[in-house]
Design a protein around this ligand. Structure first.
Ligand SMILES: [Zn+2]
Length: 459
């Protein structure tokens, strides 16, 4: 059904596509915001000054309610606890640590059994996430949780970054707003109620990028939001053209933001670049403050990081579909410093989101190599790079050369890979552009080693 709608949409002339996008935008806006939004935003900003003790009691109260209800009203968990009780397990369910880790596959296979059975399904909002492996997850949210989540976004990105809903913004995300085979603009669609220009992340080739930049100017776009790799591709094109496109802010999302990406985005758009993180399941989010700290949104969920740096979250907002000790598939490191951030906000900090758990390389002796940005940091004339691992003894380095690129630059990057992974064969493959995954994201690492080698909930 979705495919039919999508192909109908592609067949429409651009003004009608804009109308379709605007109608959709109107619906989204009414789901996300209400008369109460302003109050919710004010409360969120006020909570940023709360003491740690106040935060703790507030969050624990919500967590206790969530666990209590989930173990009784949510069939999946109730069954789990029933079996444990039959086996003589008496551990209390109101302690989070007593709950097992929940894998994404379990939610994908039994989505409906995670719903609170007392809530009317038709009153809930349904969303699909497109995982980077292409198998979507079905999620349901209460209308209230949706509004709380978007009020937090209003507070912790629009408000912090000095923009409002009146500003015009361009978003580069995962929606297929133009057909992949399309070779002429528009590669975007204008959503009038949200003042949002939705630009395709699938058409960011050097040939098409000048059209993107012209559109930003013609539309009078005030700020940018999107995948780090997409913003960086746009920025490279602007720098090569020698034209500045001043913006109020550029907000990266959904992918780790590497230093070299931050630098080129700042340069091209003459504005601060802020990293944000948010999970489609809406149980974890963070945004970077003006002092460079990535602050967590404590209202969204309880987070844990295991010994392998897997980020595990328990949602506090969405009572329709409680996700408890859910393995997010992302890797993260918490901040160890106890000194407060200079911005004065009393929100916990996260050191970094390190990307997806299955985006890791394995060395011949079994070591896992996760964080890759040091490889890409060098001032090499390489626009984008991706490492594909097919075996323990060889990887393919696919790269998009920038102006002034010479084979030695690729060799240098290959050398950096060998420095971290030992003596393995690095095949260098030059490409015009790197293909995006099914959700439009650029994966810095693609691990094609056999299943089981890599711990991943989303394989
Ligand atoms: Zn701060």
């Amino acid at each position: 059904m979705l495919e039919i709608v999508q192909s109908l949409y592609y067949g429409l002339p651009a003004p009608v596509r804009n109308l379709a996008a605007s109608l959709y935008g109107y619906r989204l806006k009414s789901e996300r915001y209400s008369d109460g939004t302003e109050d919710l935003v004010a409360q969120a900003l006020e909570r940023e000054q709360w003491s740690a003790v106040r935060w703790q009691s507030w969050r624990e109260e919500r967590l206790a309610e969530m666990l209590h209800r989930a173990s009784r009203k949510v069939p999946y968990y109730r069954e789990q606890w029933r079996i444990r009780r039959l086996k003589g397990d008496r551990s209390p369910e109101d302690i989070l640590e007593n709950w097992p880790i929940l894998e994404k596959a379990a939610v994908r296979e039994n989505a409906e059994s995670f719903l609170d059975e007392e809530l009317n399904r038709h009153s809930l909002l349904e969303e699909f996430t497109s995982g980077s492996t292409g198998s979507p997850l079905r999620l349901w949210f209460t209308r209230q949780s949706q509004r709380e989540w978007y009020a937090l976004s209003e507070a912790r990105w629009r408000n912090w970054y000095g923009v409002t809903q009146d500003h015009r913004w361009a978003i580069l995300g995962g929606r297929m707003v133009a057909k992949f085979t399309q070779t002429k603009p528009p590669f975007w669609v204008w959503n009038a109620p949200m003042r949002q220009l939705y630009m395709s992340s699938y058409h960011l080739s050097p040939r098409f990028l000048p059209w993107y930049l012209d559109e930003l100017r013609t539309r009078g776009i005030d700020y940018l939001y999107g995948y780090s790799s997409s913003l960086a591709a746009l920025a490279h094109a602007a720098v090569e053209r020698g034209v500045k496109h001043p913006m109020i802010v550029a907000i990266s999302n959904a992918e780790p933001l590497y230093e070299h990406q931050r630098a080129v985005i700042r340069d091209a758009f003459v504005c601060p670049v802020r990293e944000t993180y948010g999970l489609s399941e809406k149980l974890a989010a963070a945004s970077e403050c003006e002092h460079g700290s990535l602050h967590l949104w404590p209202e969204a969920g309880f987070l844990e990081v295991d010994e392998n740096r897997n980020l595990i979250g328990t949602g506090l907002l969405n009572t329709a579909m409680p996700l408890i000790r859910y393995r997010t598939g992302d890797l993260a490191r918490f901040h160890t410093s106890t000194t407060p951030c200079a911005c004065g906000r009393n929100l916990p900090r996260i050191h970094s989101i390190e990307g997806r758990a299955d985006d890791i390389l394995i060395t011949a002796d079994g070591r896992q190599v996760g964080r890759l940005d040091p490889l890409f940091k060098g001032d090499l004339p390489i626009r984008e790079a991706q490492i594909v691992q097919e075996s323990l003894t060889s990887v393919t380095l696919r790269l998009v050369p920038g102006p002034g690129y010479l084979p030695m630059h690729g060799e240098r990057l290959a050398g950096l890979i060998r420095e971290r992974m030992g003596d393995l064969v690095v095949h260098i493959e030059r490409v015009a552009r790197l293909e995006r995954g099914p959700n439009g994201k650029l994966r810095g690492v693609v691990n094609r080693l056999g299943k089981g080698t890599v711990s991943s909930a989303d394989a």
